[in-house]
Design a protein around this ligand. Structure first.
Ligand SMILES: NC(=O)c1ccc[n+]([C@@H]2O[C@H](COP(=O)([O-])OP(=O)(O)OC[C@H]3O[C@@H](n4cnc5c(N)ncnc54)[C@H](OP(=O)(O)O)[C@@H]3O)[C@@H](O)[C@H]2O)c1
Length: 315
């Protein structure tokens, strides 16, 4: 099969479009012919390496979420059938979606409805799962609460804004000026241009902060929470940082992979509560360019590989 191979840790040039062995379905697994795979911030973090992102074996196939069609069944994979359109996210610590095929546990996939494109499903899988675990399972956001969602134009935050509005919260978000219309369109009640205004001066008394940016932004988030507030973060704090406020709770969601959360994404779509993000499409052979954009950290929505689109050498 064709795949994007990470040849070693380093810059985007370490990604090579080439050949990899076809995967085989183990017990309880299916092989999915991937139609679309999305780019996540984690991908370029793994590509760079360091700390928990350090790999010991190369070549390595990156990629965590995808959508495609079941093409082989392993022993005991009884709840999916050949030809089923499915989408999902690899298990924690496992990757391999930048490829034409993947072998994965059937139980952590969900069936993709016809009205949802493969690209949209791939774009929604990990972002939706992360936003659900963060906002519903971890923050336990309630109707009537005020939530500040940092980095509103990003993949995870974009889903989280819509989910928070659906729950009935007041949503404040941050974005650079060029992304304000997009973030308002997702449902944010107020958007702060973090380049023009210090959000910590502009906001106070939040019940919840969902931080998808990290670093100094995360440190400053503590000031905007009311006593008893919850800070939920999916991005790293500065090394050695210890929160000084004792009257707020710091939480990190454990983004488990399961069918139930994927089906919850579908239910929210069906109810009209969320819609897919803006998507910029790439071919698999364009992984270097896609990584450069993702790593620039000013994305609006998601980058998705159309895996089955004709590659440059066959056009
Ligand atoms: N723990 C988990 O399971 C998990 C899962 C998924 C993601 N993550 C992590 O969560 C983070 C976000 O992921 P993502 O995929 O949503 O990112 P993304 O799609 O790459 O988006 C990053 C966004 O951050 C915004 N941004 C950059 N600097 C900002 C600042 N100072 N203030 C406010 N917004 C800022 C950018 O928009 P502007 O142009 O408007 O600045 C951009 O839209 C990453 O660190 C990722 O690794 C963790």
């Amino acid at each position: 099969m064709k795949a994007v191979l990470l040849m070693g840790h380093g810059g985007p040039e370490m990604l090579r479009y080439g050949e990899a062995p076809d995967p085989v379905a183990g017990p309880g697994e299916v092989v999915v012919d991937i139609h679309a795979a999305s780019v996540n911030a984690a991908d370029w973090k793994v590509r760079r390496g360091g700390g928990r992102y350090t790999l010991t074996r190369f070549p390595h196939i990156l990629g965590r979420d995808f959508s495609g069609v079941v093409s082989a069944l392993g022993a005991g994979a009884v709840d999916l059938a050949l030809g089923d359109a499915v989408f999902g996210v690899t298990e924690q610590g496992v990757e391999g979606a930048y490829a034409e095929k993947i072998a994965i546990k059937a139980a952590i996939l969900a069936k993709k409805p016809d009205h949802l494109g493969h690209g949209e499903a791939a774009a929604l899988a990990l972002t939706g799962l992360t936003a659900l675990w963060a906002i519903e399972d971890t923050a336990k956001l309630n109707a009537g609460e005020t939530v500040l969602i940092q980095g509103g134009a990003g993949g995870v935050a974009g889903f989280a804004i819509q989910l928070a509005k659906h729950i009935g919260a007041t949503v404040i978000s941050t974005a650079s000026a060029g992304n304000h219309a997009y973030v308002r369109g997702l449902g944010a009640d107020r958007v702060i241009d973090y380049n023009a205004e210090d959000f910590a001066d502009a906001v106070s008394g939040c019940d919840v902060v969902f931080d998808t940016v990290g670093g100094a932004v995360q440190v400053a988030c503590y000031a905007v929470l009311k006593p008893g507030g919850r800070l939920v973060s999916i991005a790293p704090a500065p090394e050695g940082f210890k929160p000084t406020r004792r009257d707020v709770t710091t939480l990190r969601p454990n983004v488990l992979r399961d069918r139930a959360h994927l089906e919850r994404i579908l239910a929210l779509l069906e109810a009209g509560a969320v819609r897919p993000p803006n998507i910029v499409h790439y071919k698999l052979a364009e992984a270097v360019a896609a990584h450069r954009v993702s790593e620039g950290r000013h994305l609006q929505g998601k980058l998705v590989f159309d895996v089955r689109r004709a590659e440059p050498d066959t056009e």
